[in-house]
Write a protein that binds this ligand. Sequence first.
Ligand code: GLU
Length: 405
Amino acid sequence: MTAAAYGLNRFLAAARPSATYRVMDRVAARRASGAQVISLSAGEPDFDTPEHVCEAGIAAIRAGHTRYTQVAGLRALREAIATKFQHENGLDVDWRNTLVCSGGKQVIFNALAATLNEGDEVIVPAPYWVSYPEIVQLCGGKSVIVPCGSDSGFKLTPHALQAALTPNTRWLILNSPSNPTGAVYSRAELLALAEVLLAHPQVLVLSDDIYEHLIFDGIEFFTIAQVEPRLRDRVLTMNGVSKAYAMTGWRIGFGTGPGWLIEAMAKLQGQQTSGASTISQYAALAALTGPQDFILHSRVAFQRRRDSVVEQLNQAPGLHCEVPQGAFYAFASCEGLIGKMTPAGTHLDSDEAVVNALLDEAGVATVHGSAFGLGPYIRIAYALDDTSLSRACTVVQDFCRTLTD
Ligand code: GLU
């Protein structure tokens, strides 16, 4: 029997699998078959989780913290999260209005599943992280994709926001620094968007701040609830330990928002995962309350890698890359490669074809921009050691140089 015979949920049937995971799975399959692949696909820091955080996880196990916590999370961790929001983001947060989830993805899923009804619209500026529109789809909502090209620095403008709003708009998703472009919204840009939102009180805002600490060139990070306090009772500010503390596999994300929303999300979570892993919560507590020097070191390393990767990509004929201000992605236009032919005879008719040929014929894995809602681009995750990164860039340059018309 097949899925078709039994019938899938119609929201799931219409959703696409995660494009980032699809590439990561292809990399794993190629490596398993003996191929050498340099992966610039996975959006996760290559550093190890800081030692004291690992030790806190081990200590939690040894101390017998191996049972359930409250659905919304360990109180000490929720207090630490509230303190983080107060100190780092100027948000006056009561720990009761925080929620700990199994990764940032679950924060988003909980929020949208708790609030969307069929026909509700969610404004998603493109390029977007691959999972936003799919989570909207899974929750029965409708994504309103707003193209934000390089001319606006890949950022949503107040004018474009205004044009996308309808009486059915329920959420706006903001992500700064952005996956996949690394674009960072300034205080003034957020204020201008807030100005538009103030006239539409039915709209909630999801601010995905997961790359908050990966911000370069001394630029200051701002989040929308901080710059416009009048929006605070309808903003869900979310973050996590994955990117800041190299803890992707620990699966801890968190958020703060109005009490009714956090309560609804916790109600959903109580029927779903019962809460995040207790051991991981103790580790996340150590990450948030312990020494913070890891953040500075990784920021310095990522900025150095960004500079070198962007410079090398811009030397590859057919690629063009702006300098991203945050995250660990370079988002390069590959327009100059479209229509060309590889030495193996592959016709590059789309950014997906470029990405496939780069992987199959040159052994470098990237993700196509159209998966993020804007082509022809390729996303390069530079969360890799300097030597591998420089080797990968040389391979990409050689690949571009050997293409023919
Ligand atoms: N957020 C990361 C990425 O974009 C991890 C994979 C995922 O969840 O999409 O690559």
